[in-house]
Design a protein around this ligand. Structure first.
Ligand code: UDP
Length: 346
């Protein structure tokens, strides 16, 4: 007989972090139900999970009413909400949908938590701090977000989702946890996701130009995906009595130029650095203060950037090898619109 927490719903479970989370939960003996609209997820991520007996996939968008197959279940013990495109170029494709995913979608999942008694974890974001004036960012910092800019659909959507989650908790309607995820990277990222680690690695691997937005002096702190998943599970299972968000991220901070140097060194080759305009409202600096996660969860990242980049580089190199040998140029162009010309030229 399963206990409640053994049945876990993962919204966005076919995505980059979601697919690793589903795998980790299966390894812990949970039954995992994954819902995903496959907007930014990869089939390949799902294929690695679908062979598992305790894994069920339902294609659904949390903006729509949840599928009956989920609403009928009364045994769900944990709900993780990772459902939302997280890369700026991806979440800006349909900003209304991004906002609704965070507001309407989170509301639907919170109501499900209320009905089933499941514990609910929201994956919020360092983007709630906007372009921060405080550095490093502690959870108490209230952020500097441009609510009318092109990132607002995501930033403000997540801020609204946090507000709603904490209201459900205050009103005793659901037991909630809120994680604020900082930049995360690793295998299962979509090669054409648009974020800096996947872009630069794929560019270096194909000899394409390395795109540096702005002068490259802006900073980010990169957390390897296995550390992030460990933090998420610890937070979900923690006995937090206070209604507090928790930063999860790696506090080692790099400029984008330093990251590019590391990537070029890892790949051992690479094209020219090419500067492109800095996107509007691009945060200048970002580094998490993780004291709360250290104290409350006993968590801190273990995988250094050099090691994480090595694994991620091997993953993308394998993806490209598979694509080249498949000689399926249509698929290549769909997956790698920016780097397809370089692949075709080889
Ligand atoms: N960036 C870059 N080249 C790229 C993609 C991104 O220089 O090909 C920069 C981007 O402007 C930002 C940082 O890298 O300053 C991180 O961008 P990303 O989209 O990965 O995530 P963000 O932290 O901005 O959400």
């Amino acid at each position: 007989m399963k206990s409640g927490q053994d049945v876990v719903l993962v919204a966005g479970g076919a995505g980059f972090i979601g697919s690793h989370l589903c795998r980790a939960l299966l390894e812990r003996g949970a039954e995992v139900i994954c819902i995903d609209n496959l907007q930014t997820a990869r089939d390949a991520n799902l294929r690695t999970l679908e062979g598992e007996r305790a894994f069920t996939f339902l294609r659904a968008d949390i903006v729509d009413p949840l599928p009956d197959a989920i609403l009928r279940r009364r045994d769900i013990g944990r709900i993780y909400n990772l459902a939302c495109a997280a890369s700026p170029p991806q979440y800006q494709v349909d900003p209304e949908h991004t906002m609704l995913t965070n507001v309407v979608g989170t509301d639907r999942l919170l109501r499900l938590a209320e009905q089933t008694g499941a514990r609910f974890l929201l994956t919020s974001t360092s983007e709630v701090y906007g372009d921060p004036e405080a550095h490093p960012q502690r959870e108490e910092y209230r952020g500097w977000v441009n609510c009318t800019g092109p990132r607002a659909c995501y930033d403000e959507g997540k801020r609204a989702a946090e507000a709603m989650a904490f209201d459900f908790a205050r009103l005793g309607r659901a037991d909630v946890r809120v994680a604020r995820l900082f930049n995360t990277y690793g295998p299962n990222m979509h090669p054409d996701d648009g974020r800096v680690v996947s872009n630069l690695l794929c560019q270096a691997l194909t000899g394409a130009d390395i795109t540096i937005f702005g002068d490259g002096s802006q900073t980010r702190s990169f957390c390897y995906v296995s550390d992030m998943v460990d933090g998420l599970i610890r937070l979900m299972e923690s006995d937090m009595r206070d209604l507090l968000p928790v930063n999860l991220g790696n506090p080692e901070e790099y400029t984008i130029l330093q990251l590019a140097e590391r990537i070029i060194a890892e790949v051992g080759a690479g094209g020219q650095l090419v500067h492109q305009p800095l996107p509007q409202d691009d945060p200048r600096r970002r580094r998490p203060d993780i004291s709360r996660a250290q104290t409350v969860l006993g968590w801190e990242p273990r995988v250094p950037l050099a090691e994480g980049l090595k694994h991620t580089c091997l993953y993308f190199a394998q993806q490209m090898k598979d694509l080249r040998s498949s000689a399926d140029h249509k698929r290549t162009s769909a997956l790698f619109p920016h780097i397809a010309p370089a692949l075709a030229a080889e």
